[in-house]
Design a protein around this ligand. Structure first.
Ligand SMILES: *Cc1c(COP(=O)(O)O)cnc(C)c1O
Length: 481
């Protein structure tokens, strides 16, 4: 069993606070605060130990395997981290004159080209700061495109029932109605259901390929034909592209708009909401609507261009989340086109290796057809029926074995789902240990599993209470205690 560090670590505010009321200040009374500011008063070594201990109680991609299906961090090379912390990048300000930040603008422009080549699209904008914001931007582009063609009656967006939760949220936020279609018996888009859902009211169809079950939509060319025949657009949720890098491209499959999550597929460690970047790529017909400013090169100089009358406007402050863009730029150059292709091959190999071993163990079931891309979804339905062990319990018990759990209970069409994405970062020994842990948990005393985790810094939390009554900062902790 793994043992996590556990320290009785107080809040900084419990260690020592500055009495700001007694501080001397040259500020006139009118500019001083009414109430003293609550600031901790702690020496450098104490601060360092406090945060180091907190980090040791945590689990991250540098601690161990992190196969959080559909959302996980793939390979995050340390070189990206090192270069993105250079002063040349961290000390610039976006309000600087463009002539003084030519290098950074060149990186942005070149990254747009690299992403266009990788996805098979004509133009990119790097502004959106997350996958979800990329989706929202793509839907605004969709509306601008249809409006431009005086096609204003399109109010619906079609989604498969395997779509990621941000898809329906973005559709609603953009003011469209959701039309959800069920998956067919292969776990892919049911063409009859799509045919029925498509109409002159369809603005676009949003799809992930491979889908969140890890299955490649082999009918994608026919899907694209059907969608375009109705005058609608085809949107690609490319949050996780590491199954297809260098193998195939959404542009070649017939997609009109794609977003990619740089913080997933193209490095940048993230969690708990950031940092991220969700650039959008489009076919040429959508170029006039892209957000401003666009970066253009004239007379060997990069400039900001605002002269795009059909643009949907600004989506994010300045030019996007530059630190994340920079990591992606370094990552793509570090890997090269052969490296990206190899990452895809290993990601797919790892997923299929784990899937086969776990299915062969006969503890877990694999719904739908067999072959998977970068991830796979198992069902713990039988484990629940026969041994009263739920997917949630398996996930919690994995922590005692020193592993981050997979995604659970998603997608909704699989009962007691475990969604595992091993990624290209893991070697065979690690995969074998994870497989072994899952099989052992399935054979363990169900009470021990239900009572887990017991080796972590925090035991099982009341997730419903945490969701309903979130306490998100120390002032609220003080209030509630
Ligand atoms: C993560 C993810 C998203 C959303 O991306 P965020 O950056 O978290 O907003 C959308 N679709 C899929 C398939 C994802 O995995």
């Amino acid at each position: 069993m793994f043992q996590y560090a556990r320290f009785p670590e107080p809040l900084l505010s419990e260690l020592s606070m500055i009495d700001t009321q007694t501080l001397q200040t040259p500020l006139p009374k009118s500019l001083q605060r009414d109430k003293p500011l609550a600031l901790p008063n702690i020496e450098e070594p104490q601060v360092m130990r406090h945060f180091l201990r907190l980090s040791q109680m945590n689990y991250g991609v540098d601690t161990g395997m992190y196969p959080l299906g559909s959302c996980t961090m793939k390979y995050n090379p340390k070189l990206s981290e090192r270069i993105s912390s250079w002063d040349q990048f961290t000390m610039i300000h976006p309000e600087q004159d463009p002539s003084t930040i030519q290098g950074s603008l060149q990186i942005i422009a070149e990254l747009e080209h690299l992403l266009s080549a990788i996805t098979g699209m004509d133009q990119f904008t790097l502004q959106p700061a997350a996958g979800a914001q990329g989706e929202f931007t793509g839907l605004l582009l969709t509306r601008a495109y249809h409006n431009y063609h005086n096609d204003t009656k399109r109010t619906e967006v079609i989604l498969p029932d395997t779509s990621h939760g941000t898809n329906p949220a973005s559709v609603t936020l953009a003011g469209y109605h959701i039309i959800e279609i069920p998956s067919g018996k292969e776990g892919t888009v049911d063409l009859d259901a799509l045919e029925k859902a498509l109409s002159e009211k369809t603005a676009c169809f949003m799809l992930t390929n491979p889908n969140t079950l890890g299955i490649f939509e082999s009918e994608i060319a026919e899907i694209a034909r059907m969608v375009h025949q109705q005058g609608a657009l085809l949107y690609y949720d490319g949050a996780n592209m590491n199954a297809i890098l260098g193998k195939t491209r959404p542009g070649d499959m017939g997609f009109d708009i794609v977003h990619v999550n740089l913080h997933k597929t193209f490095s940048t460690p993230h969690g708990g909401g950031g940092p991220g970047a969700g650039p959008i790529g489009v076919q040429q017909k959508l170029e006039p609507f892209l957000p401003i400013p666009r970066i253009i090169k004239q007379k060997k100089q990069y400039h900001f261009s605002y002269d795009h009358p059909h643009s949907i406007g600004k989506i994010a402050p300045y030019f996007g989340n530059f630190g994340v863009l920079l990591r992606a730029y370094v990552y793509i150059h570090l890997m090269g086109s052969d490296g990206l292709k190899e990452a895809a091959e290993i990601a797919v190999l790892n997923a299929n290796y784990m899937k086969k071993k776990l299915v062969d163990s006969k503890k877990f079931d694999l719904p739908f057809k067999d072959l998977r891309k970068h991830e796979f979804v198992l069902s713990c339905k039988r484990l629940k029926q026969e041994r009263n062990i739920r997917a949630l319990d398996v996930a919690k018990r994995l922590l005692d074995y020193g592993f981050h759990p997979p995604t659970i209970y998603f997608p909704l069409l699989v009962k007691e789902a475990l969604m595992i994405e091993p990624t290209e970062s893991e070697n065979k020994e690690t995969l074998d240990r994870y497989i072994d842990a899952l099989i052992r948990i399935a054979e363990e005393n169900s009470e021990i599993v239900a009572d887990s985790p017991k080796k972590t810094s925090v035991f099982r939390v009341d997730e419903a209470a945490a969701g309903k009554n979130p306490i998100l900062n120390w002032q609220e902790i003080e209030k509630s205690s």
